[in-house]
Ligand binder design. Structure first.
Ligand code: SAH
Length: 236
């Protein structure tokens, strides 16, 4: 079973939104498992302290290397599982990395708080730093939930319609084409004729063209990447 082990100072935040809808149903039906472990349980002093002031001075507090290392060790995960640290300094998370993580046994995820974590534990426990975007959250929990949610929806049996993960934004290096549903006329706006033509080839061509135009316009970075390394054509 795919498993996420989360190390956090706020275990009560979990499952939170992961307990609802798609991910929540999959959790309840045993397609994946979630273990939220309290980092504070690995503190050893009388005050159960987990943080201290930054060496060299400056604002805020830093998560202690010894406490965090012990929390990681006490989680006793198998060595095949990725060990991630949510961090704004990390490599930006991509759909490709999400797919890799979903295909594996499931990660251990460390959630930082305060000013971050002592650099030595990142090195000593070989943590892979992962960012969910160029902005700063107050803690790693929401970032961890975003990562887990993205993985869980790719697990076999989670999404209703097989293949509904294949055509989405990023999966082929393109943003997704626009979607429409009933009513056919909404405030004088009609669904594009081609989508109600019943001509599947035309629909596919229209969607491809829309996806390409959107990507060119909104994400020139993705578009350039795709021009440099066009995705292999698959017949399925
Ligand atoms: N002082 C740090 C920010 C700490 S924010 C810096 O400037 O880099 C506190 C914690 O929130 C981090 O340790 C990390 O776990 C989490 N976090 C904040 N922004 C994040 C992001 N964009 N992606 C992933 N985790 C993030």
């Amino acid at each position: 079973m795919w498993r996420a082990t989360v190390l956090t100072l706020f275990p009560k935040m979990f499952p939170g939104p992961l307990g609802e809808s798609l991910a929540g149903r999959a959790l309840a039906s045993g397609i994946w498992a979630l273990e939220a472990r309290d980092i504070r349980d690995s503190a050893t002093d009388r005050h159960r302290s987990v943080d201290d002031t930054p060496a060299g001075g400056g604002p805020g507090m830093v998560l202690r290397a010894d406490v965090l290392a012990r929390a990681i060790d006490e989680a006793a995960i198998t060595p095949d599982r990725p060990r991630l640290l949510m961090s704004p300094r990390g490599k930006p998370l991509t759909q490709a990395r999400v797919a890799e993580l979903a295909a594996g046994p499931g990660p251990l995820i460390v959630c930082g708080r305060f000013e971050g974590v002592d650099q030595r534990v990142i090195a000593a426990r070989a943590l892979e730093e992962v960012s969910i975007g160029d902005y700063v959250l107050s803690g790693g929990e929401i970032a961890a939930m975003a990562l887990i949610d993205a993985c869980v929806r790719l697990l076999p049996g989670v999404m209703g319609q097989a293949g509904s993960g294949v055509e989405e934004s990023f999966s082929d290096g393109l943003l997704e084409y626009p979607q429409y549903t009933r009513p056919q006329i909404f405030e004088d706006r009609a669904i594009p004729d081609v989508l109600i033509s019943g001509d599947h080839a035309k629909v596919a061509a229209w969607r491809q063209a829309e996806a390409e135009a959107l990507t060119r316009e909104r994400r020139p970075d993705l578009w350039r990447q795709r021009q440099a390394a066009p995705p292999a054509k698959t017949d399925d």
